[in-house]
Design a protein around this ligand. Sequence first.
Ligand SMILES: Nc1ncnc2c1ncn2[C@@H]1O[C@H](COP(=O)(O)OP(=O)(O)OP(=O)(O)O)[C@@H](O)[C@H]1O
Length: 527
Amino acid sequence: MQVKALDQRNASEAQPLAGLAAMPMALALVESTTPRELRLRSRQLLGNSLGLAWVECLYLDSSGRWVGRDNSEARFNCDEFSHPYAHAIRTGKPVTLGVGEARTRLDHPGFQAQIASLSGDLRLHVRPLRLQDSSREWLGVLAFVTEAATLMKLMECSDFVAFEALLCRLWSRLASSQGERQKSAVLRDSLAKLNDNTRRQGLAAKLASDLLGNSIAMQELRQQVIRAAETNLAVLLQGETGTGKDLVARAIHRFSARAKAPFMAINCAAIPESLLESELFGHSKGAFSGADQAREGLIAQADGGTLFLDEIGDMPLALQAKLLRVLESGRYRPLGSNEERCADLRLIAATHQPLREQIKQQRFRADLYYRLGQFPLSLPSLSARREDIAFLAEHFVADFCAREERSEMGITPAALRQLKERDYPGNVRELKNLIDYACAMTPAGVDIEALLLPSDTASGADSATSEASGTLNKINDLRQAVRDYEAQLISQRLLYYGGNRALAAESLGIPKRTLSHKCQLLELDAK
Ligand SMILES: Nc1ncnc2c1ncn2[C@@H]1O[C@H](COP(=O)(O)OP(=O)(O)OP(=O)(O)O)[C@@H](O)[C@H]1O
């Protein structure tokens, strides 16, 4: 479809096979895989074969408010009639005018820049390109500049009409399949996200039977555990004693891809410094006196699985450097060995100490701290989630009964109130021990009484003093206050002596008979 070919139109009608010259162009268009590629090819084909002075194929954006150029930021607002594209799109008809006229009549700076270098004698022709099967929906515009004679011939050329029809048809199809593809990609994406979220929620629900608590803090912690389990990152667990760091470490392993491989744990504070290195790295035969056998360390034993280093803050500095090397290079050397070994493990470390403080005091390596904390997890103290106390207490009571094969027992409202109000420096561990003790002290078939719960002794002298002075300020009935104090003291002493009244009485310096009498008066032995 060259200009020359247009001149030879009549001749080609006499030779029908000459029309086949348009076939390579059609083929080139058909091979486009995106609307953008199709536009670029159309421009190139038209420009080359017709020798046009300038040609553009612009697209109408999905809002229908502007037309844009590929490979350019330029946008032409269709509500401004300062360029010919708006005229073509808004009227749905081709626009033809001289380049010189366009220079004076249309003042859109972007459009003026497009035609700036063209001769004023040439003709500008802009055609709206219609979406297939639609009367008033537009894909964009085809615009070109050529001589008036060429333009006239082109308008009468059936190959050009066929070219435009093919361009519109292919563009419509590609746009709709691209839209479909985009839609299905978005759908696939959101389905995957939905599946992921559902799967994670399912796992978090499973975890809730081990890592108990319905508070927001615990729900968030369970979500984070599942997220951590999905990765291979080193995890640093920070939390007060008894908050469940060990439980969390095991859960991360159990829910991870390494679940079938070993979970090895060591408490760095519980092993003498001299032994810790060989425990971790292993040793060869004769590595030190007494090493009559080569021994695998925990790093080797945890191969493919997880190594849990509890109380990492107590690890000696020299060993910290060696551990860092394992983490950075995946290699280590057992004590007394010349051979390096490969380590394939996920490391989980835990501490109740503020490691940043330790770093300041140069007792912990900053580089190791950052390497360990690829996935930091903070465990909430029990006092930060008091709403979980009743649920935990009831769970531990049921647990005790099942373990000890005792009939079911409950907790009286007064005891529950006491449990909710007291302090737990030992966190969940303290609550669990407290419940175990109270269960053991409560006769079968009876609910746990408030006075059977040991009082809040571990909260420290300072808080005890301030609490005591707070309580003293509230006293407005001396007799009742003395009665309460006496009842508390006796029940505590009874608890201490496992319910043995003789020992409790002796420790308080009163006869056993007097104690029994007081118990009756104070209703301590009602059950
Ligand atoms: N969220 C929880 N749900 C159920 N039990 C818990 C929870 N948190 C802690 N526990 C229980 O409390 C006790 C202490 O937990 P764990 O040993 O995991 O705490 P820790 O933070 O590792 O303590 P430490 O720092 O003293 O080693 C365990 O019996 C554990 O089962």
